[in-house]
Structure formats: structure tokens, C-alpha cells
Design a protein around this ligand. Structure first.
Ligand SMILES: NC(=O)c1ccc[n+]([C@@H]2O[C@H](COP(=O)([O-])OP(=O)(O)OC[C@H]3O[C@@H](n4cnc5c(N)ncnc54)[C@H](O)[C@@H]3O)[C@@H](O)[C@H]2O)c1
Length: 276
């Protein structure tokens, strides 16, 4: 893959799934890569694979919810490589539970990682991206940032928020004539550990939910997802839909508008196991 040679790219949540595949695809395309995660074992695997293909890699444990640490980290990456061109705010978690039975702490945790993690990453790196003269912010939302489904209120809130934040940023960068492109990514079901790493409200079986996700919803490989995302970045797309499921949902939502809310619960109830 061409187009990223000599660029410095930062990937959060790079120890697994889409983040790991993105880091490796960026390395293959000639980028220097700064990878981070809270899962240091997964991160070590990504680092090893990047070193095996000759990529210049900086690997750090970073919790995206720790704002001060993120800012110090951004300065450290810029100092290490001399510049930063791209940040992929990818780290994320999932949680399933109807709002009625979800605890505040569950909703806050999802917002902390999935929304505030993206805000922390964007704001920490933005001065460096502007200074590079050729910057790009890539924020990972979800198809659940395009439409809502029962049982995903917290995740929907975080992913809609990522989309709003990212779409505003793209327009602001253009208006300010800053040399920073901005892309919002909306994956459909990707075959990663996300459901196995997820938590759920009381009465729901996380194992059963993970099996349903793996069998019925995850259709695209992380490697394919990474290729689609980097292709969208290269083309400076505002919105990247990952997978045929994401493209199909996008068409349906645009066709039926807000009426999807009376259509989808029937479909979703067939996909999600009931609470016990
Ligand atoms: N897999 C899908 O079907 C799917 C669909 C839509 C969107 N997404 C989004 O894609 C992104 C990547 O998810 P994935 O599917 O590769 O999942 P994954 O669980 O395989 O990988 C996510 C990584 O993020 C890391 N992480 C979690 N909390 C963190 C924190 N506080 N700080 C730093 N790292 C943290 C995890 O340790 C893990 O390595 C997420 O934002 C997710 O919401 C995934």
C-alpha cells in the first residue's frame, strides 16, 4: 500500500483488532508508527510484528481516559519522531444493557473511553498535526454512530458524540485553513475481540452476547477494515463506512429517516439474547 511513506502515525488501542491491523498496514505502507494500549501483551505482539517488517515503532502503555498522560505522550511522540502527521483514535469498549437497568457508572465508563478518549487524543495531538503541515485526525465511531438500537444506549451516545465532534472538527480545520484533514470512521461488524472484551448489565450473559456477535454480526476481517480505512484516509473522505453491512445500513437510514426506530427493534430482538 502506497501513500504513507515517511509519515508518522499514532494508533491508540493498537494491541488488538482494528487498531492492530491499522498499525501493521500503516507500517507496511512505509509509515513510522507510535502504538499504545492498556493491554501491554497485545501491544507487544503488534510491536514485534511491526519490527519484523522493518517499521520504526514507538510502543507505550497509554490509557486514553488519562488526559494529562495523553498530553505528555503526544509531546513524547513528537520529540521521538520529530513530527506527527496522523492520529487514529481507535481505542474503544462495548457495553450492552437497556438504559433502565444500566448503572450510571457503566454509561460513564463507555463515555470515558469511547468519547473522552477520542477528545483527549484529538486535542493532545492537534497542535503537533498543525505544526507538521500535513496532518490527519481519524476518529473511529461505529455504525452505531449513524443509528441507535435497543440495548446500546451508552455506546450509541458515545459513538454519536464522536461523529458530531469529528464532523465539527473537519469544518473548523478547513475554515481556519489549517493543514489538517479529518475523517470519521463507521465500521459495521468487524471480527475482533470487542464483544469478548465487553461488559453487560446485570441479567445479561456477556458470553452469550459475544457468541451472538461473533456468529451473526461480525463479517469483515480487521485487515480488510484497516485497508478500507487507509484508503479513505488517502482519499481524504469525511466519512468512511467499513463493510457491506455498514453501507447497507447507511442506505436504509437515509431512505427511511427517523422511522428506522419502529423498524429496527424487530430485527434487533432476533439478534440479541433476552435478559435472564
Ligand atoms: N469490532 C466491531 O465490530 C466494531 C464496530 C464498530 C466500531 N468499532 C470500534 O472500533 C474500535 C476498535 O475496536 P475493536 O473492534 O478492534 O476491539 P478490540 O477489543 O479488539 O480492540 C480494542 C482495543 O482498545 C483497547 N482499549 C480499551 N480501553 C482502552 C483504554 N481506556 N485506553 C487504551 N486502550 C484501550 C483494548 O485493550 C483493545 O486492545 C473501537 O472504538 C470500537 O468501538 C468496532
Amino acid at each position: 500500500m502506497q501513500g504513507f511513506a515517511g509519515k508518522v502515525a499514532v494508533v491508540t488501542g493498537a494491541g488488538s483488532g482494528i487498531g492492530q491491523a491499522l498499525a501493521i498496514e500503516l507500517g507496511r505502507s512505509g509509515a513510522h508508527v507510535a502504538i499504545s494500549d492498556i493491554d501491554t501483551e497485545g501491544l507487544a505482539v503488534t510491536e514485534e510484528r511491526l519490527k519484523a517488517i522493518g517499521t520504526q515503532v514507538k510502543s507505550d502503555r497509554l490509557n486514553v481516559t488519562e488526559r494529562e498522560h495523553f498530553q505528555l505522550y503526544a509531546d513524547g511522540v513528537a520529540e521521538h519522531f520529530g513530527k506527527v502527521n496522523q492520529i487514529y483514535n481507535n481505542a474503544g469498549i462495548a457495553f450492552t444493557g437497556d438504559i433502565e437497568i444500566s448503572q450510571y457508572k457503566d454509561i460513564e465508563r463507555v463515555m470515558d473511553v469511547d468519547f473522552w478518549g477520542v477528545v483527549n487524543g484529538t486535542k493532545s495531538f492537534l497542535p503537533h498535526l498543525i505544526a507538521s503541515g500535513d496532518g490527519h485526525v481519524v476518529n473511529v465511531s461505529s455504525v452505531f454512530g449513524l443509528f441507535a438500537v435497543p440495548g446500546q444506549g451508552a455506546y450509541n451516545a458515545a459513538k454519536f458524540a464522536v461523529r458530531g465532534f469529528t464532523e465539527a472538527l473537519r469544518q473548523e480545520m478547513a475554515l481556519a485553513n489549517h493543514p489538517v484533514k479529518v475523517t470519521c470512521v463507521h465500521p459495521g461488524g468487524i471480527k475482533t475481540a470487542i464483544a469478548r472484551n465487553a461488559t453487560a448489565a446485570e441479567g445479561l450473559d456477556p458470553e452469550e452476547l459475544a457468541q451472538t456477535f461473533d456468529k451473526k454480526l461480525a463479517s469483515t476481517t480487521p485487515e480488510k477494515a484497516a485497508q478500507i480505512i487507509l484508503d479513505g484516509v488517502r482519499k481524504n473522505k469525511a466519512r468512511v463506512l467499513v463493510g457491506n453491512d455498514a453501507k447497507m445500513f447507511d442506505i436504509v437510514i437515509r431512505a427511511v429517516g427517523a422511522r428506522y426506530q419502529s423498524l429496527f427493534p424487530k430485527v434487533v430482538s432476533r439478534l440479541t439474547p433476552p435478559a435472564h
